[in-house]
Design a protein around this ligand. Structure first.
Ligand SMILES: [Zn+2]
Ligand SMILES: [Zn+2]
Length: 189
């Protein structure tokens, strides 16, 4: 049975993790498992900006993909960047096995506002669905409500939902059927 693995770097809030597991299972239909907690990705730290290079984190995750994994999603509190971009909420290999999301900018505290855990968890779900969507081959969607719409700022994250729009869902269903067939998994309609 192929599963989506969550790979936490350091300790991540347990309520957020279990809520995420449930919604990813509902949206993608694959079992959700966890890798043991990984050490903080110090190898990816940029001394000048104090941000973490997400490409290096994806390389690390690639070495850790379990045999029964369909995808691996890294989750880190570290603020991520891709060279040329000031920051990213997440980074994925399109059609590849790994993705990572950063929780750093999903906290209200980052914007000097009182923390709101429910809002934080919803933002985490949206970014997780977005980056996993990319690993399944989905591209950016023009529907601003769709989890696959591009977010460069937290306002755009808040505008979208953690659901895939009808078009993206149809695409994902096709891709997921293909993966299940390739892996001899039962196809549930
Ligand atoms: Zn994207
Ligand atoms: Zn969409």
């Amino acid at each position: 049975m192929k599963s989506i693995y969550l790979a936490p770097f350091g300790m991540i809030d347990e309520e957020a993790m279990s809520t995420l597991e449930t919604s990813l299972w509902q949206i993608f239909g694959f079992d959700i498992k966890r890798l043991p907690v990984l050490p903080e990705p110090e190898y990816a730290l940029d001394q000048k900006t104090k941000q973490y290079n997400s490409t290096l984190i994806l390389k690390d995750l690639l070495r850790r993909v379990p045999n029964d994994a369909v995808r691996v999603l890294g989750i880190t509190q570290c603020d991520l960047f891709i060279p040329m971009l000031s920051f990213v909420f997440g980074h994925a290999q399109v059609n590849g096995p790994v993705a990572v999301i950063s929780l750093a900018r999903l906290h209200q505290q980052f914007y000097h506002l009182p923390e709101n855990k429910l809002l934080f968890i919803r933002r985490m779900m949206k970014e997780a669905v977005h980056e996993l969507g990319h690993t399944f081959g989905l591209v950016h969607c023009s529907d601003t409500q769709c989890a696959m719409s591009l977010s460069n700022a937290i306002q755009q994250v808040d505008k979208k939902t953690e659901e895939l729009c009808a078009n993206c869902s149809i695409l994902f269903d096709e891709i997921s059927k293909h993966i299940r067939r390739e892996n001899g998994m039962e196809i549930v309609q």
